[in-house]
Design a protein around this ligand. Structure first.
Ligand SMILES: [Zn+2]
Length: 318
């Protein structure tokens, strides 16, 4: 009897082991397959997202190149790295807000207003630009950076003395620093505002964000920086026409003139983006032809930015 019991128990135990093994044989592959399937789905989704991001970036880059909406940093130590990072510039519908303090006269409203604006100066080319503007008796706007060296002091003053609008771009023009926080942005801008006041006696109130208000580089929401400018009673100006002179590859004077004038007829007020930098000789070479082309257009005036200028904004808080 005892032996039979023992035999039965052994058989039962064996059956139990076989049952467990069968279960394992079934569960382990099922479990593995489920995990692999999950992993495949996850990777598939990631791949799809990456592909989409890549195509969005490519589209943005193409749009930026075509429309020449880039404002690349110049004259900074790490300009090359920044150039690579900031070529992708978000191209948005422009929102244009008009200021209401002084109503335009009938005569003014019939005239197309063109504003030549130069970013990133002063530079080794500032005097050449100023000479040409003087030759044609044309006033422009300079969105300058902070350069303390002696050789630049006279240039800031010449801009002011010859009746051009002195405006602020950034003291350091280092995207990585100024776009860290509202505090770092305001510290940079205040430094420039005070420096320009000490140098020229002009308390500047007009700004242009490096990369424009639609830049995709800032770690701070640009609307916060726009609010900051509002609080400080400062205005910012983007552009609706780009000369394309910030392109990384060479662009000749005739292409610059074409970029600046091709769509000029579409606007009642056009703010043209150009650069005042020592390596941008074609901008200087394009300037006489550009001014002559604009002056030859009917009812068109070249003016410096003032309170009457339409605020051309890529993004705004309104
Ligand atoms: Zn710039």
């Amino acid at each position: 009897m005892a032996e039979t019991d023992a035999g039965q128990k052994a058989r039962q135990a064996r059956r139990e082991r076989i049952r467990r093994i069968k279960l394992l044989i079934f569960i382990v592959p099922l479990f593995s397959i489920t995990i692999l399937l999950g992993l495949c789905i996850f990777l598939g989704i990631r791949l799809h997202m990456v592909k989409k991001e890549l195509s969005d970036m490519r589209a943005a880059m193409e749009a930026a190149t075509v429309m020449n909406q880039t404002d690349l940093p110049e004259d900074t130590n790490d300009a090359k790295t920044q150039e690579a990072l900031y070529t992708v510039s978000k191209v948005e519908e422009f929102t244009q807000t008009e200021i209401e303090d002084e109503p335009l006269t009938e005569e003014d409203t019939d005239v197309r207003k063109v504003y030549l604006t130069f970013d990133d100066g002063p530079s080794g080319n500032t005097n050449r630009i100023l000479d040409i503007l003087a030759d044609y008796d044309v006033k422009a706007t300079f969105f300058v950076v902070g350069k303390e060296e002696e050789e630049y002091q006279a240039l800031y003053n010449r801009i002011v003395e010859e009746g051009h609008t002195l405006a602020m771009h950034s003291y350091s023009h280092k995207y990585g620093e100024i776009y860290q926080s509202v505090d770092s942005f305001s510290a940079d801008l205040s430094k420039l505002q005070e420096f320009l006041y000490e140098t020229t006696g002009v308390w500047c109130r007009y700004c242009r964000f490096p990369g424009g208000s639609s830049n995709t580089v800032s770690r701070v929401d640009m609307h916060e920086l726009i609010d900051y400018l509002d609080e400080q009673d400062m205005s910012y100006f983007d552009w609706n026409i780009s000369s394309g002179d910030a392109a990384s590859s060479y662009i000749g004077p005739s292409d610059i003139i074409r970029n600046c004038t091709a769509k000029l007829q579409d606007y009642d007020e056009a703010i043209i983006l150009m650069h005042d930098a020592s390596d941008k000789n074609s901008t200087v070479e394009a300037l006489p032809g550009l001014i002559e082309t604009i002056q030859a257009m009917d009812d068109t005036k070249i003016l410096p930015i003032t309170d009457d200028t339409e605020r051309i904004h890529h993004i705004s808080n309104e």
